[in-house]
Design a protein around this ligand. Structure first.
Ligand SMILES: [Cu+2]
Length: 382
């Protein structure tokens, strides 16, 4: 979790994010077999063995220049226990470019390398290991990055490999990864709770839809697109799918930027997947938050976990779908964004015996928050 993220804007400390945290992980397997159908893990809420944070291996999990953070994690009785090296913090340069321009009239290149500040934690959940990086950039953007690695879940089968006559049956719900070994298909969903406070707690959620527009016959063009801005008044208007062509912004209506627009931060999704399960399937009900890529709720201190506090025995009566039934107002008040990053995992030979890290990310980036590019003052490298 990160708390009280602020940006020092020429001596003015400006609030961006009050709290940001991973809220839930959902990993449903796609195998109907008797010993597999219930493998639909709601990991954060269900996994209590020694907490989910894994001790970090200095010099391997994080670079040489990292500082390490100790922390507390609950044991299986809910008692907080001190833990060593649960997080690391480091700067990295590694060829990142913040901005660049070739002035073609003078032939002069002006280019600035960027430098990231990375806060990393690693979770171990049985066979999987997950990296969670909060990457703070000099241009005011925060990238939230999830890395999945570890050993894929697998089962022993009679067929030796995919060329075996019995393979069609044994590999119907997965793929062979080794002799007599099939890794079932599955998903990974990571729900983040983001209590944005853009220049203060009172924010509104705005959807900027990109709408195609047909131009009149007299026009030199036939079509283009325009932006239609809509402020979400209640929770139902803020339930958004990942495939819509729109910007999702959290604005502070009381704070105007230099150009007269209200200041805002945008949630910009990266590559992601959404659930393919039906609404009446039990895993989908229990992890109902996967119904939408984005939800927005009014701030409530006891609404922390997207699938509810006790998902193990849940029948789907807690969490985001339940809270938002009241369709509470979310305009110009303290609001919380819930964004889910997902991936469908069809397992490859290369994912065995240990899977190379697959990275997924999204960005929380300033939008009319600053008067201009805030990374303009970066020094030249040489
Ligand atoms: Cu996987």
């Amino acid at each position: 979790m990160v708390s009280l993220v602020r940006y020092d804007d020429a001596g003015r400390s400006r609030s961006v994010l009050y709290e940001g945290a991973l809220s839930e992980i959902f990993v449903p397997y796609m195998d109907p077999g008797e010993s597999w159908y219930n493998s639909t893990f709601i990991d954060l809420g269900e996994y209590t063995a020694d907490g989910v944070l894994s001790p970090i291996e200095p010099g391997e999990d994080c670079p040489e220049n990292a500082s390490y953070l100790d922390g507390l994690a609950p044991d299986e009785h809910g008692v907080p226990r001190p833990r060593r090296n649960v997080g690391c913090l480091f700067e990295r340069e590694a060829g990142a470019i913040s901005w660049r321009h070739l002035n073609w009239t003078t032939n002069v290149v002006d280019s600035r390398g960027g430098r990231d500040l990375v806060l990393r934690t690693i979770a171990n959940l049985g066979n999987y290991d997950y990296f969670f990086d909060w990457v703070f950039q000099q241009d005011g953007s925060i990238r939230v990055v999830v890395g999945s690695t570890g050993v894929v879940n697998n089962k022993a089968v009679k067929s030796k490999d995919a060329s075996d006559p019995g393979a069609a049956q044994d590999g119907a719900y997965g793929r062979f990864v080794a002799d007599n070994t099939v890794a079932p298909n599955h998903d990974h969903f990571f729900a983040f709770r983001l209590d944005l406070d853009v220049d203060g707690p009172k924010n509104s959620f705005v959807v900027d839809r990109l709408v195609p527009k047909r131009l009149p016959e007299s026009s030199l063009r036939k079509s283009l697109w325009v932006v239609e801005e809509e402020v979400a008044k209640t929770e139902s208007q803020a339930q958004r799918g990942m495939h819509e062509t729109a910007l999702w912004r959290f604005v502070n209506p009381a704070q105007k930027g230099r150009l007269g627009y209200p200041v805002s931060y945008q949630i910009r999704g990266g590559h992601s997947a959404e659930s393919l399960l039906s609404e009446d399937d039990f895993p989908q009900k229990r992890a109902g938050f996967i119904r939408h890529a984005l939800w927005v709720t009014p701030y409530k201190p006891d609404e922390l976990y997207a699938a509810g506090d006790f998902p193990t025995q849940s029948r789907g009566e807690d969490g985001l779908p339940t809270w938002t039934k009241a369709n509470r107002p979310i305009e110009n008040t303290d609001i919380v964004a819930w964004y889910t990053v997902g991936m469908h995992h069809v397992v490859r030979a290369e994912d065995w015996p240990v899977m190379p890290v697959v990275w997924h990310d999204f960005e929380i980036r300033p939008f009319d928050f600053f008067a201009r590019n805030p990374a303009l003052d970066l020094p030249r490298s040489r």
